[in-house]
Design a binder for this molecule. Structure first.
Ligand code: ADP
Length: 503
C-alpha cells in the first residue's frame, strides 16, 4: 500500500507535543511493516535544519501563494521513510513555533498557512505533483490538515482519507472573512460542513469529510461523543460513530528506553534497576533540591495548560508540603500557571523544583529520576508521558480518562496481588481525589518490595508501536479496498531534481 501521512510536526524535525512523537514514530513502524508510507510536513526552519540532505522535486503553483511552492524531498532521520517538506518561505520560514510567534501568540495568518499546506498535500495525494506516486490512503492529523479530506472530497477519483484526532480541543477556528479569502466552496459555510458557530472550523473538514476518523485511545473515542469531552462537536461525532474508532498510541522505545537512553547520566533496565537512584540524585541536583534518596520525589513534564490539571497540583501544595516528599515540574504554557509555579518554587526551594523551559534532556531525566509521575489531566486523548513513566520505572498517578485509563492499572490490593498493577488511578478532577492517590503512592513507597513489584510491572509492559501500527495497516487496507484508486504512473511534469537545498 502507498500511504501519505500529513502532519504539522514530527520528532526529531520539529516538536511542540505528543503529535510530533506520533508523527515521528508511527510512519517508521508502518514502513518497517513493508508499507510505502511517506511523510509530508511544512518546511519550518528547524525541520529543514534537522532533515539533512534535501532536494527540490517539484514546484507547485498553488492558489493563494504568490510564488510557486517548492516540494523538498529527503528522509525522516533514522528511518526509511521518505519525507516531503512544503517549502513556502513567506508562510513557514519564520522564527518562533510552528503555530505561534516568538512571543507565544498565534500567527495571524494560520488559516492561510495551513490552507496552503493542505493544498500542497492534495497535489501529492492526487498524483499531481509530478512525483509519479499515487497514495491509496491519505492519513491526516489534527486541525492543521483538516482541509485535506474536504478538498479531496471535491475530486471524482481520489485516495481514501483517514483523519486522526490527537486533541479535539484545538480546532482551527477562524472568522468569515478568512473563509472568504481562502476561496473555499460557498456551500461549505453551513453547519453540515465547515461552519461552527459562525466560524470556519478546520477540524470539521476532517470530521465531516474523512472516510474514517480515529482518535489516539479507545476511551477518548467514546468520551468525545459526550458533551463533557466533545468540545461542542459531540453531535457530529455521534453521527459519525460508525466511522470513528480509537487506536492507542505506541512508544518509540529507541528514544524512550532507560536501558539505552543517551540523554541520561545513568542507564538502567528492569533487570538492573538500581541505577535509577543515581538519576534521582542527578535530578535533585538539577533542580537545586537536597539530595535525599529516601524522600519520595514526584515529577511532572508537560504543557502548562488547564487540560493537564496543573492547577490541582497548585491547590494541593500546602497539603503536599506537610508530607515527606519533593516535587519537580518542567514545562511551559499559560503565563499565570508558569508564574504560580515559579512563586511556589521560590518559596520552598528545598521541596519544590520548577523549571519553566522546553528541555528534551531534562524531560528524560525527570522520567528517569522521579519516583512517581503526576498526570492529573482533565482529559487526555492518549498521553505519552505516562507510557514513558511506566517504562522508566516511575509509576504514574493518573486520572481515569482517555488514554490514561487505557494504559495504567490501579494499584488496588487485588491488582497488586495479581502483579498487574502499574500506577495509581483516581476518578474525579479534584484536589481531594488527587491527594488520596498521592497518599496511596506514599504508603506503597514505604513498602519497598511492593513498590519494586509495581515498578517492574510497568517497566515490562509493552506499548511499542508494533500492535498499533498493525491496527492502522488493517484500517488502511479496509479503507483502500472501499475506495480503490487507479495507480497510473504519469511521467514527471514539473520536477527540478537537480537543485539541492543547503541548510
Ligand atoms: P500533549 O501532546 O498533550 O502535549 P503528551 O503526553 O501526549 O501530551 O506528549 C507530550 C510530549 O511533549 C512528551 O514527549 C513530553 O516529554 C514533551 N514535552 C512537553 N513539555 C515539555 C517540556 N517542557 N520539555 C520537554 N519536553 C516536553
Amino acid at each position: 500500500m502507498n500511504i501519505l501521512f500529513a502532519a504539522s510536526e514530527a520528532h526529531p524535525l520539529v516538536k511542540t507535543g505528543g503529535l510530533a512523537d506520533v508523527a515521528g514514530s508511527l510512519p517508521r513502524a508502518i514502513r518497517n511493516s513493508r508499507q510505502e508510507i511517506r511523510l509530508i510536513l511544512p518546511a519550518y526552519p528547524p525541520a529543514i535544519k534537522h532533515a539533512g540532505r534535501l532536494k527540490v522535486v517539484a514546484e507547485l503553483p498553488l492558489p493563494g501563494a504568490a510564488a510557486p511552492v517548492r516540494l523538498l524531498q529527503g528522509q525522516l532521520p533514522h528511518s526509511r521513510v521518505t519525507l516531503y517538506l512544503v517549502d513556502a518561505p513567506a508562510y513557514f520560514d519564520r522564527p518562533g513555533g510552528p503555530y505561534s510567534t516568538p512571543e507565544g501568540n498565534d500567527w495571524p495568518d494560520n488559516a492561510e498557512r495551513f490552507a496552503l499546506f493542505a493544498r500542497a498535500v492534495c497535489r501529492v495525494a492526487l498524483n499531481r505533483a509530478g512525483l509519479a506516486w499515487q497514495p491509496d490512503v491519505v492519513h491526516c492529523n489534527d486541525w492543521q490538515t483538516g482541509l485535506v479530506p474536504a478538498l479531496l472530497s471535491l475530486e471524482a477519483t481520489r485516495p481514501a482519507t483517514l483523519f486522526t484526532i490527537h486533541n479535539l480541543a484545538y480546532q482551527g477556528l477562524f472568522d468569515h472573512d478568512r473563509f472568504r479569502s481562502l476561496q473555499l466552496p460557498e456551500d461549505w459555510w453551513s453547519m453540515e460542513k465547515l461552519e461552527y458557530h459562525q466560524q470556519l472550523s478546520f477540524i470539521k473538514g476532517g470530521l465531516v469529510f474523512a472516510d474514517h476518523i480515529t482518535t489516539v485511545s479507545p476511551t477518548y473515542a467514546r468520551e468525545i461523543r459526550t458533551p463533557q469531552f466533545g468540545c461542542g462537536l459531540e453531535g457530529l461525532l455521534e453521527h459519525r460513530r460508525q466511522h470513528l474508532s480509537g487506536i492507542l498510541n505506541g512508544v518509540d522505545y529507541r528514544v524512550w528506553n532507560p536501558g539505552q537512553d543517551a540523554l541520561l547520566p545513568y542507564t538502567y533496565n528492569a533487570h538492573r534497576p538500581a541505577a535509577k537512584q543515581n538519576n534521582k540524585a542527578e535530578l535533585q541536583k538539577a533542580f537545586g533540591l537536597p539530595v535525599q534518596s529516601e524522600r519520595m520525589l514526584f515529577g511532572h513534564v508537560g504543557r502548562l495548560v488547564e487540560q493537564k490539571g496543573i492547577d490541582l497540583i497548585l491547590q494541593l501544595l500546602p497539603e503536599l508540603l506537610q508530607r515527606r516528599l519533593q516535587l519537580v515540574i518542567l514545562g511551559t504554557g499559560q503565563p499565570a500557571l508558569e508564574e504560580a509555579l515559579r512563586a511556589a518554587g521560590r518559596k520552598h526551594p528545598d521541596r519544590i523544583g520548577i523549571r519553566i523551559d522546553y528541555d528534551e534532556a531534562l524531560a528524560h531525566l525527570v522520567e528517569a529520576g522521579a519516583d512517581s509521575f503526576l498526570m492529573p489531566s482533565r482529559f487526555e486523548p492518549c498521553g505519552l508521558n505516562q507510557l514513558y513513566s511506566l517504562r522508566y520505572g516511575t509509576p504514574p498517578i493518573v486520572r481515569r480518562t482517555g488514554g490514561l485509563a487505557d494504559s495504567v492499572v490501579d494499584a488496588s490490593e487485588e491488582a497488586l496481588a495479581r502483579h498487574t498493577a502499574s500506577g495509581f488511578v483516581f476518578t474525579d478532577a479534584s484536589a481531594a481525589d488527587l491527594l488520596q492517590a498521592i497518599d496511596r503512592a506514599l504508603a506503597l513507597y514505604a513498602r519497598p518490595a511492593a513498590w519494586k513489584q509495581l515498578m517492574l510491572t510497568g517497566m515490562r509492559a509493552d506499548f511499542s508501536w508494533t500492535r498499533s501500527a498493525a491496527a492502522y495497516i488493517d484500517l488502511y487496507t479496509r479503507l483502500s479496498d472501499l475506495r480503490p484508486v487507479a495507480r497510473t504512473r504519469p511521467g514527471k511534469t514539473s520536477s527540478t531534481d537537480t537543485l539541492t537545498v543547503s541548510n
